[in-house]
Design a protein around this ligand. Structure first.
Ligand code: ADP
Ligand code: MG
Length: 374
């Protein structure tokens, strides 16, 4: 069944963060109305939405209210309550479905799907107790990384284990009755992501593959073009396509990959637009958000065209003041601020994007602008 919306109809968004806000802005220029469900008053998406249902993500009554005012519903983050997603899926208004949520909320299921799809993943074990960690590490070896199986994002709920000396820290990191995944740490040459969109009729469009740099496990910078071989590019797109079909993806979806020795390893997936796709707002004829809205509203996807090069840099709470002080002197870059009141040090507050003819030219502009380095 295809959901089709006419301009003027309402898109309901589960989650009111910056991704919801940027989806809403993209939807607005096509004339759609926006309803958002988020517990926080004045959250980034509520600032640009027509209706705000202020309630917890797992509040079934609130979800029912969202359902009533919306003609289609989408989610902007993967920790949306599965019961809510299942309930909305039954109404036929959730084209993304709940399967991609179920899989990406759980790092074990995510790895299993990748393995079933014949893709490389870092070697891993699932553990619950410290004894199991000690056993797992004997096969995985050092360095390794231990992550909570659910609820982690932006490096939260993770710990790197460099050597045996780190084991005592792991003992305090592990909470009783919780499940963790231990992965071999891949000494990757690059991190890349494939941001793509799949329509309700199964067409797929890929945005240019992004090359990502993380600081403290939080995305810091994305650039295109990614400096990868054609072989890696094809492998990455093929992996994305396989997963998209396996999960029957609808909308914008992202696969994060490590590149090592001309091979890709699936790291994680996001069933929604992604931070590493923000550059598409200015660098492409259609952004990851607009293409997502087109997919869930039953419109055909646009053929993607792109500027030759772009760089996106995240602004965290700890950077915001320094950057804002410099704004009047900065030229030729685009500013995005998400309207968040509290600038906690590692919180994503906004981003900047520079587009151009080549990465050399953009990096030169960054130098001329004397952008703060962080
Ligand atoms: P999050 O949900 O916090 O984004 P990720 O699993 O993507 O969690 O981890 C965040 C970052 O930590 C990755 O982008 C990568 O830089 C690093 N990382 C995570 N797992 C591994 C691994 N197995 N090998 C090497 N680096 C890793
Ligand atoms: Mg990640």
């Amino acid at each position: 069944m295809t959901v089709r919306l006419k301009p003027g109809q309402t898109i309901g968004i589960l989650g009111g963060g910056q991704l919801g806000r940027m989806m809403a802005v993209a939807a607005k220029h096509m004339g759609y109305r926006i309803a958002v469900l988020d517990p926080k008053p004045d959250c980034p998406c509520a600032q640009v939405a027509d209706y705000h249902i202020e309630a917890a993500y797992d509040d079934l009554e609130a979800a029912e209210q969202l359902n009533k005012v919306s003609d289609v519903i989408t989610y902007e983050f993967e920790n949306v309550d599965l019961n809510v997603a299942n309930m909305l899926e039954k109404t036929g208004k959730l084209p993304q479905g709940s399967l991609p949520l179920e899989v990406t909320q759980n790092r074990q299921k995510e790895k299993q799907i990748a393995v079933e799809s014949g893709l490389n993943v870092p070697e891993y074990e699932i553990v619950q107790t410290f004894d199991q960690v000690e056993t797992a590490i004997q096969t995985i070896g050092y360095p390794a990384i231990i992550k909570t199986i659910t609820g982690g994002y932006d490096g939260k709920g993770q710990m790197k284990l460099k050597n045996e000396g780190g084991l005592s820290e792991v003992e305090t990191f592990i909470a009783p009755d919780s499940t963790y995944i231990i992965e071999a740490f891949i000494p990757f040459e690059q991190e890349i992501s494939v941001v793509f969109t799949r329509s309700q009729t199964g067409d797929i469009t890929y945005f240019p593959i992004a090359e990502n740099t993380h600081h403290n496990q939080i995305l810091h910078q994305t650039q295109i073009p990614a400096a990868i071989t054609e072989k890696v590019e094809n492998q990455a797109k093929e992996a994305a396509k396989t997963l998209a079909e396996h999960l029957q993806v609808v909308g914008t979806f992202t696969v994060e990959l490590f590149v090592k020795d001309d091979q890709v390893y699936v790291n994680e997936m996001a069933p929604r637009p992604h931070n590493s796709g923000h550059y598409t707002i200015e660098a492409c004829n259609v952004s990851q958000f607009e293409q997502h809205i087109r997919a869930i509203c039953g419109l055909p996807l646009l053929k993607i065209q792109s500027f030759p090069a772009a760089v996106m840099i995240n602004i965290l709470g700890k950077h915001q003041e320094e950057l804002f002080a410099k704004l009047p002197q900065l030229h030729d870059f685009h500013l995005h601020d998400y309207g968040k009141e509290e600038a906690r040090p590692a919180r994503k507050m906004g981003h900047i994007t520079m587009i151009g003819e080549s990465l050399e030219e953009i990096f030169q502009r960054i130098e001329e602008n004397q952008l703060p380095t962080w």
